[in-house]
Design a protein around this ligand. Structure first.
Ligand code: URA
Length: 246
């Protein structure tokens, strides 16, 4: 069989993660040489013209890495069927297209990485690499020591146990602010585990993604990663260094 799977090509071109590409395919938004394709296994070669929403996909683009402080009140997807604002509105209008690595939910704010480097994105999202993500969660009330211990232990989420979390209390008065470090990216994990122990999240932000931190970045701001940050991310993802990767 010749060519590569279309999801892989789209991910390499920085158009969408492989999962997002499957959604685009299912929605009939992708054409190959003018014909709509919906089959995720479709194979394409370098000579094939791929279009997403009528725009031709440029392949072999310069790699690009951006860090955004995602504001609350927007979804982490390329387009929202419900018409809600998306993170894409905050990205620069020019330059190679990038897509988000993982997601933050609608009401969650904080650091979100964007890239068109499909290999690094896949490596970062592979559960076994366990890139740590640090969240600060303001929760309703103040969990006692036994509850904090429960939060640290695995939970059964979507039928599978989660990995243990690191949980610290940053401060507390009427409500507590917890720092929660997770090494996996399960859907709404922080909100779900806090809800289960009886202290629902009132406000949630991500303050670190692997080696990336930036307390100066304000909601809606975006900046390119420095070469050192890119190297640190590659190390965190277990990806080969740039020289060996090209
Ligand atoms: N956990 C959540 O509950 N929401 C997020 O956006 C990220 C982690």
């Amino acid at each position: 069989m010749t060519g590569e799977r279309i999801q892989k090509v789209l991910s390499h071109a920085g158009v969408a993660s492989r999962r997002e590409a499957e959604r685009l395919l299912a929605a009939g938004r992708i054409r190959v040489n003018g014909r709509v394709v919906r089959e995720p296994g479709t194979r394409v070669g370098p000579e094939d013209r791929i279009q997403v929403d009528g725009r031709t996909v440029a392949r072999d683009q310069e790699p690009r890495y951006l860090l955004m402080y995602k504001p609350r009140g927007c979804v982490t997807t390329l387009a929202d069927p419900e018409g809600r604002p998306t993170v894409m509105a905050h990205l620069p209008a020019t330059g190679p297209r990038v897509f988000p690595v993982g997601r933050l939910d609608y009401d969650t704010e904080g650091l979100l990485l964007f890239t068109n480097d499909g290999d690094l994105a896949q490596a970062l999202m592979r559960p076994r690499h366990g890139v740590p993500k640090v969240y600060q969660a303001k929760v309703n009330g103040c969990p006692d020591a036994a509850t904090l211990d429960r939060l640290r232990r695995p939970f059964r989420l979507d039928g599978r146990p989660s990995r243990p979390a690191l949980v610290e209390v940053l401060h507390q008065r009427r409500h507590a602010v917890l720092q929660i470090t997770l090494c996996e990216g399960r859907r709404n994990q922080v909100r779900e585990i806090c809800r289960r122990v009886g202290h629902p999240v009132m406000r949630l932000r991500r303050v670190a993604y692997g080696p990336l931190r930036d307390p100066a970045l304000r909601p809606g701001q975006v900046r390119p990663l420095s070469p050192d940050e890119i190297e640190a991310l590659r190390r965190a993802a277990g990806a080969p260094p740039v020289e060996a990767a090209s």
